[in-house]
Design a protein around this ligand. Structure first.
Ligand code: GDP
Ligand code: MN
Length: 404
């Protein structure tokens, strides 16, 4: 689960991580009010979407062709200007490097007091799965994507792994501060910030915590100018983070993924047009691979899970068919705990409720496979049987009319 910048900053405040004053606005008038409350002379109107690169992004008309505004983060010098910029942004899609080609419709802007930037730094924390510890990362190349810095100049990134139980040690925070070339009051403030960021990362079950840029102001103060926060979905599921869960913005999430999750299905949307229903994450991955290899493109990853019941299978089936991009379905099931007959009955039931207009290719194997095949056969549904995975992939691509 991800948070918006303004939400991450609310949490920052609780940890004593310095941020500028700001107000959320959902209408242009509210943006003007926000500017007035901040008192100027300069404020920044910042689009709130769950994607980075907003500063360099583009706000489009709803047709996604005509440009409304270059940049989703804008400096303004009056309440009138704040209102004008907000009216260009609110309700329109912002396309950034990370948003995908359709962008995200901006529902809120955050109007923040402007700050006089001397230097832009980078500070972030992620989980290093190889080492099994979180890692604090910092660089002097603030404002730039850290992936880009890592590719061009990996030496420029300072890293400190820390122990979750012990927390980041003082010498580690100091080492990072020295590496960034900080001194005096700025050094002390950064030290506190590094300690707070790493504590917050662990306490809030973060998978990502990024401050880019972290700025040093002309006065030498350290301020978190941006805030990106990703939270482990398991922590949300386990109700460990009620306060953060309350900040969840479902409108930023893929509606199908969200619905699937509420049925206990592991679903990820993709760009292709072959719907996949598979049990087991490994089989789902290899099904996607084999479709690709045969020249097609999967529309989704879907693991109905080992213990799926009839209702879940039915739900999964409906979710796949609801996607207008899907031109054919590939059902690839290795019946283990999920028995083939349960799956087959789920499909038959679902088809009775939904008007299926697209071809279906099924590969069934495993427990109760004969009964499953019989159920499908007796149903009178037009289903193409596949001998194995590769055969299924070929057949489904052919059925979708996507033959290379
Ligand atoms: P992102 O593009 O989604 O990462 O959004 P950011 O919050 O990082 O904003 C993009 C850029 O806008 C930053 O790198 C800053 O250079 C600039 N910016 C943001 N806030 C201020 C501010 O208060 N004053 C000034 N001068 N620039 C700002
Ligand atoms: Mn940023």
């Amino acid at each position: 689960m991800n948070l918006h910048e303004f939400q991450a900053k609310e949490v920052f405040r609780k940890y004593g991580i310095p941020v500028s004053a700001g107000h959320v606005a959902e209408t242009p008038d509210q943006a003007a009010d926000a500017f007035a409350k901040l008192g100027g002379p300069v404020a920044v109107v910042k689009s709130q979407i769950h994607a980075g690169g907003r500063g360099k992004g583009t706000v489009y008309e709803k047709d996604l062709k005509t440009v409304r505004l270059q940049g989703g983060v804008k400096l303004v010098r009056s309440a009138a200007e704040a209102k004008e910029i907000a009216s260009k942004i609110l309700g329109y899609p912002l396309v950034t490097k990370q948003s995908g080609p359709h962008g995200r419709v901006v529902r809120r802007v955050y109007v923040e007091a402007g700050c006089e930037i001397d230097r832009e730094l980078y500070l972030g924390a992620v989980l290093d799965r190889k080492i099994g510890k979180p890692v604090l990362m910092a660089s002097t190349q603030g404002g730039m994507e850290v992936e880009e810095v890592a590719a061009k100049d990996p030496e420029a990134i300072v890293k400190e792994h820390w122990d979750v139980g012990l927390g980041l040690q003082g010498y580690q925070a100091r080492r990072v501060a020295y590496a960034l070339g900080l001194s005096g009051e700025t050094f002390k403030q950064f030290f506190k910030m590094a300690m707070a960021v790493t504590r917050m990362f662990v306490e809030k079950d973060c998978t990502l915590l990024e401050i880019n840029p972290l700025v040093v102001t002309k006065k030498g103060d350290v301020v978190a100018l941006d805030g990106k926060m990703g939270i482990d979905d398991r922590a949300i599921e386990l109700k460990k983070q009620a306060e953060l869960e309350a900040m969840r913005d479902v409108s930023e999430e893929d509606p199908v993924e969200y619905e699937a999750a509420s049925y206990g299905l592991n679903y990820v949307s993709m760009e292709g047009n072959i719907g996949c229903m598979v049990n087991g994450a490994g089989l789902a991955m290899s099904t996607m691979d084999i479709i690709k290899q045969a020249g097609g493109a999967p529309a989704n990853f879907l693991d109905v899970g080992g213990g799926a019941n009839k209702d879940q299978v039915k739900k999964a089936f409906k979710l796949l068919l609801a996607n207008p991009e899907v031109k054919a379905l590939f059902i690839n099931i290795f019946g283990g705990i999920l028995r083939c007959d349960v799956l087959a009955q789920g499909i038959v039931d679902a088809v009775k409720e939904v008007d299926v207009k697209i071809p279906i290719v099924v590969r069934l194997e495993g427990t109760n496979v004969e009964i499953g095949r019989q159920i499908l056969k007796d149903s009178g549904l037009k289903i193409t049987a596949a001998a194995d995975m590769a055969d299924g992939a070929r057949k489904v691509i052919e059925a979708a009319g996507l033959k290379r």
